[in-house]
Design a protein around this ligand. Structure first.
Ligand SMILES: Nc1ncnc2c1ncn2[C@@H]1O[C@H](COP(=O)(O)OP(=O)(O)OP(=O)(O)O)[C@@H](O)[C@H]1O
Length: 246
C-alpha cells in the first residue's frame, strides 16, 4: 500500500520557540490514522502543515508524491478545524450549498451530496433550520458534513468529536469507517484514549516530538503496558529525557 502523506524532518517554531522537532511520518492509503498527544503537544500545528495552511520552518510534506502546498491537491483534501467556520444566519442546507460551490461540486450533484453528507452526521431532519438554533455538537457535525461534502481522498479532522455525546460519537465513528471502506484516508487528532484505540495506527506526540508510532496493539506490546494511556506515559518518559537535552 502506498503512502498518501509523507513528512520528512519537519520542524516548526512560533516566536523562536520550537513546537515541532524532527518529525518523520508516513501514512499509508486508506488508513484511519490518529495523532495522539496532550494539549499543546503540536497536533494542530502538524495538521496545518500537512494541508499546507502553514509552511514549516524546514522539512518537506508530500501528499500523493506531490509537494505541498498545492492548489491541485486541495480538491482532494477535506479539513475540519477545531473551531467551526460556519454561517449562523444561514440554514444547514445553505451552508452546505455555499461550501459545495466553493469545492466546485457541479450544481447537478450538489443536492445528492448534501443529502448524503447530512445523513452521515444525522442532520437530515434539521437541514432547513438556521445554525443559530443549533447546539455546539450539531455545529461540529455540520462542520464534519462540510469537510466530507466533496468526497475527499484525504480527510483531516482536528478533534472532531469534542463536545459530542457518546451515542453520536459512536455514529460518527461509524461514518469514518464507511468512508474508509470507500478508500478515503482519514487523519484525526485526539487526546482521548478510547478514540485512539479505534485507529489503525497512531503517532504519539509530546512536546513537539514524535515519541512512538504503531498500531494500538503494537504500542502496548512495545511498551509492555496494558493500556494505551500507560504506553503513552512509558514512551513519554523516554521522550521527556530526550527533549530535556535540547
Ligand atoms: N499561532 C501561534 N503563535 C504562537 N504559539 C502558538 C501558535 N499556535 C500554537 N502555538 C503554541 O504551539 C504549541 C503547539 O500548539 P498546537 O495547537 O499545535 O497543539 P495541540 O496539540 O493541537 O493542542 P490542543 O490539543 O490544545 O489543540 C503550544 O505550545 C501553543 O501554545
Amino acid at each position: 500500500m502506498s503512502d498518501v502523506v509523507k513528512l520528512e524532518n519537519i520542524q516548526h517554531s512560533y516566536n523562536k520557540k520550537a513546537v515541532l522537532k524532527n518529525i518523520d511520518l508516513a501514512i499509508p492509503e486508506g488508513q484511519l490514522f490518529g495523532l495522539l498527544g496532550p494539549s499543546g503537544s503540536g497536533k494542530t500545528t502538524l495538521v496545518k502543515i500537512i494541508i499546507g495552511l502553514l509552511t514549516p520552518e524546514s522539512g518537506t510534506v508530500k501528499i500523493e508524491d506531490e509537494q505541498m502546498p498545492s492548489f491541485k491537491l486541495m480538491e482532494k483534501i477535506g479539513y475540519m478545524a477545531q473551531s467551526d467556520a460556519l454561517y449562523n444566519e444561514l440554514t444547514a442546507r445553505e451552508n452546505m450549498q455555499f461550501f459545495a460551490t466553493l469545492y466546485k461540486i457541479p450544481k447537478r450533484h450538489q443536492k445528492e451530496r448534501i443529502t448524503e453528507a447530512a445523513e452521515l452526521v444525522n442532520l437530515s431532519e434539521v437541514l432547513d433550520q438556521t445554525l443559530d438554533t443549533f447546539s455546539g455538537g450539531m455545529k461540529r457535525r455540520m462542520s464534519l458534513a462540510i469537510a466530507l461534502l466533496h468526497q475527499p481522498r484525504l480527510l483531516i479532522l482536528d478533534e472532531p468529536t469534542v463536545g459530542i455525546d457518546p451515542v453520536l460519537r459512536a455514529s460518527i465513528w461509524e461514518a469514518f469507517r464507511k468512508m474508509q471502506q470507500t478508500g478515503t484516508t482519514i487523519i484525526i487528532t485526539t487526546h482521548v484514549m478510547d478514540e485512539a484505540e479505534k485507529c489503525d495506527n497512531l503517532a504519539l506526540l509530546r512536546d513537539g516530538y514524535l515519541i512512538a508510532q504503531g498500531s494500538p496493539a503494537d504500542l502496548r506490546a512495545k511498551s509492555g503496558t496494558e493500556t494505551l494511556e500507560a504506553a503513552f506515559l512509558q514512551f513519554g518518559g523516554a521522550g521527556y529525557a530526550h527533549s530535556g537535552n535540547h
